[in-house]
Design a protein around this ligand. Structure first.
Ligand code: HPA
Ligand code: ZN
Length: 336
């Protein structure tokens, strides 16, 4: 193990940008397809992996929505979530903030309750077993209408004791944050945190809309904010957390090679950047792989790697005392 890999493995961290449906590994996809008698357009696990050759976000999303068809029962959602949490635990992740896409399931006849029950049972299990804490973020699919998002929020109301925030994902171009102004305002009134994907493929203008119209508490991706110096200054001054996903950016061709990734530049410009896996089953690495491969490609030093781990807790929706406790665990891990 390299020095960088050893440091990353030792560091307690939070993962703040993870789509649970994007952690569906080909092996589990195959097993669930068989278990549920669902047809998938692949003959083997190797064929599934070979299909993961994307040239942009939409290429990936087309396959991601097909893959999730195998998820049918409460047990399926439990197994999916449990598999991710085991990977995260092995990566010394102590806190997770997980996205889920209920419309990807309810639109094919799966009850909202089924999705919630499976995911939360796995989260509760990880808390009891390892002390791993969690938050759950319901994402609206932005290629669908705001009216559909309102219907989903309505379905979530009986579950608000288990849902901590709302997010915005799926096809960014042509679906600006402003399209969801009213439903985000309503989510705010319900006491939910607000996050949104912006600046992954979309222009800096979408980041401004996420800040000014959606009133986000955290920015998912945000890479294209770097094109606008005054926006960078605003994000840095506000200490807005960016949930950056380097291997995702590479696989969706936001960058040509990992050596071009702007994570080091983000930190040096005072942005509160974090490092996350996004859809690890599709993008070729869980959180520690994202840290290690990026650090090696762009030359992050130990101080920068530790800062990313600290930022992951600072940017979380944990209570301040809990954040302090986790930061102290980082100090102990470095000292030890
Ligand atoms: N970007 C936008 N929407 C998504 C993603 C992503 O990386 N993963 C799942 N939904
Ligand atoms: Zn994402």
């Amino acid at each position: 193990m390299t020095d960088i890999a050893a440091l990353v493995a030792r560091l307690p961290k939070a993962e703040l940008h993870l789509h649970i449906e994007g952690s569906l590994e080909p092996e589990l996809m195959f097993e669930l397809a068989r278990r549920n008698g669902v047809a998938i357009p692949y003959a083997s696990v190797e064929e599934i992996r070979a299909a993961y050759d994307f040239s942009n976000l939409q290429d990936f999303l087309d396959i991601y929505y097909v893959g999730m068809n195998v998820l049918q029962t409460e047990q399926d959602f439990y197994d999916l979530t449990r598999a991710y949490l085991e990977r995260a635990h092995a990566d010394t992740v102590r806190h997770v903030e997980i996205f889920f896409d209920p419309q990807g399931h309810t639109d094919r006849g799966i009850a909202f309750e089924t999705v919630m029950a499976g995911i939360t049972r796995a989260l509760d299990h990880a808390k009891a077993e390892w002390g791993m804490t969690h938050k759950l973020i319901l994402c609206f699919l932005r290629h669908l209408s705001e009216e559909a998002a309102f219907e989903t929020l309505e379905q979530a109301v009986p579950h608000l004791g288990r849902i901590d925030g709302v997010g915005l994902d799926s096809s960014e171009m042509g679906h600006p944050p402003s399209k969801f102004a009213r439903v985000f305002a309503k989510a705010g009134e319900l006491g939910l945190k607000r996050v949104a994907h912006a600046g992954e493929e979309g222009p800096p203008e979408y980041v401004y809309e996420a800040l000014d119209i959606l009133k986000i508490d955290r920015l998912d991706h945000g890479n294209r904010a770097l094109e606008d110096a005054s926006l960078v200054k605003r994000l840095a001054d506000a200490q807005m957390t960016l949930t950056v996903c380097p291997l995702s950016n590479l696989r969706l061709c936001g960058i040509e090679k990992l050596e071009d990734h702007p994570l080091k530049r983000m930190l040096s410009q005072g942005l509160r950047a974090t490092c996350n896996s996004d859809d690890p089953a599709y993008f070729g690495g869980y959180v520690n792989d994202n840290y290690v491969r990026t650090a090696e490609a762009i030359g992050l030093d130990a101080g920068e790697i530790i800062e990313l781990a600290r930022n992951s807790f600072r940017g979380s929706f944990l209570e301040p005392a809990e954040i302090d406790r986790r930061l102290a665990e980082i100090d102990a891990a470095i000292a030890g």
